[in-house]
Structure formats: C-alpha cells, structure tokens
Design a protein around this ligand. Sequence first.
Ligand SMILES: C[S@@+](CC[C@H](N)C(=O)[O-])C[C@H]1O[C@@H](n2cnc3c(N)ncnc32)[C@H](O)[C@@H]1O
Length: 288
Amino acid sequence: MSLWGQIAERLRRPQGVPWRSAGLRTESLTADEAVRSTGWVFDNKTGDVSLESFTTSGDKEVQRYLRLFGFVDGSTTNLAMVEIGSGIGRMTAGFSKRFRTVYAADVDAAFLERCRETVFHHGEPTALRTVHAADGRTLDIASGSVDFAFSYITLQHCGADDARSLVGEAMRVTKRGGLIALNFRTWTPLDAALVPLGGLVRVLWRTPKAAKYMARIRSLTRLGWQANRLSPDDVLAAIGLDLIGTQLREVTIIHSPRRRVTVSAAGVKKLAVRRVHPSHWWLVARLA
Ligand SMILES: C[S@@+](CC[C@H](N)C(=O)[O-])C[C@H]1O[C@@H](n2cnc3c(N)ncnc32)[C@H](O)[C@@H]1O
C-alpha cells in the first residue's frame, strides 16, 4: 500500500492500528517469540506462552464451540468453512484438523503469513486457504462455497459498518443449509467510561509516531481497539427482519446467563450458555 493509502487507511480505520503494529512485529520474530510478543492481541493472555500452548488453547475452544453450535465430533471432515478474523491461527490450526477446507480471512496480511506457519506446525496445512480481507469488509470467496461461517472476537474490532458488511459476507459465502456463528460485543455499564476513552485513544492513533508506541501498550490497546458495540437488534435489523424465518432459519442469540438480552424480532430464539462472556453474544443461524 502506498504511503497515502496507509495514511488514508489510518484516518478511516484507526482501530486497525494495533493489528498492523502487531503484524509488523511478527514479521521479524520466531514463531514462539511472535506469540510471546503479540499473542495477547488474540486471546488477552500474557506470560510464558509458546505457539504450541497458544494453539492448544485455541483447539479446546474450537472443540467447545463446534459442540455448542451442534456439530457432532468427526462430522465436519467433508465440510468447508471460513474463519473471519483468523489472526495468526490460534483457532485456525484446530479448524484445519477438523474441516476439509478452511478459509482463514483477516485484514492483516502479515498475520495470514504467520497463520500459514501456525497451521503448518500445529494443524493440517492442506486444508488451509488464506484470504486477505484488505478492505476490512469484503471476502474474496465465491458465493455459497462454505458450510460454516465463523467469527470470534473480531466483529467488535471493526467499525460498525464493516462489521455489518462482514455479516452480509458471511451469509453470502455460506451454502444453503449451512450455518453461521458470529460473535459480537454489546454494551456493559462500564462502557459509559470505556467507549469515550477508547475514542480518545483512536484519535491519538491517527498520529503515526504516537500510534507506534501506544499500540504496544496493552491497556491502551484494550481501550482503543473496541470499535463498536452492536446489539442483536442492530445486527438483525441490518440483515433485514424479512429474512428471518425465510432466508435464515433457526436464528438463535446465544448469550451469558449473567446478561439479559432483548430481541425484538419475532422468530428468534435466545439461549443462555454459562461459558459465554457476559459482554459477548453470538448470532447463530442456518441458511434456508
Ligand atoms: C482478537 S483477534 C481474534 C483472532 C482469532 N479469532 C482468535 O480468536 O484468536 C481479532 C482479529 O480480527 C482481525 N480483524 C480486525 N478487523 C478486521 C476486519 N475488518 N476484517 C477482517 N479481520 C479483521 C485482526 O487483524 C485480528 O487478527
């Protein structure tokens, strides 16, 4: 990308700064060093981690979520899926061992290179295809080509319009009868303080010099990268309420039992699941 392109991107999507910063850092490190230095941007954990421990934790989450979404163990080996926001492959490695094809999509090209390395060491490399979502909102994948579209702790880090666009993309690339499972973050009382502070961090990130240092500081990054809060009603309205029950079946909002969730649309089920983070929720639905 040209210098002007980079500046325009930084102004348009300041929330992308920590990803590009971490992506650049991963380029000159060994795989274990990359996880130690930037792994916290994916699972928020710091300390003595290695690529192996990182993918082991991702693998457990893969197993848990696949079961939650109704996949019986061993039933996915002939299926194709897309993971939107794969990062360096923490969960992609686990998916690649269970699916015939995994499209790993991410806005950061350096992460995708690392993702290939992660899957080479800890997954099934022949299953992997990487997709650079350079514009942060579209996927270069043919319509109706996957059985499962999955996204975890990613759509909260995009601008709201990009997140809505990626929901549309998840539906577009999923076959009839396939499943989408997309994770979002919604409002918490603490957000009254966190959201304006995050906005301030993102304003500072527009200045390249400040961004370079600030994007390495975990507490500042945690404030600045939360780019949107979308409720189930926001997302269902963006999809189009007329599609619920027609193009989308078995629409379910999975949330934490510690949070009450309001869903105005008719025909949408709610399911409380203990392990879901209180500020997260999932949209799970089947393409009719
Ligand atoms: C918190 S990480 C989660 C990675 C992975 N899902 C996991 O659980 O380890 C968020 C990822 O989303 C990617 N991302 C952020 N905005 C994006 C966008 N608009 N389109 C695609 N990927 C995006 C980032 O580059 C990053 O790799």
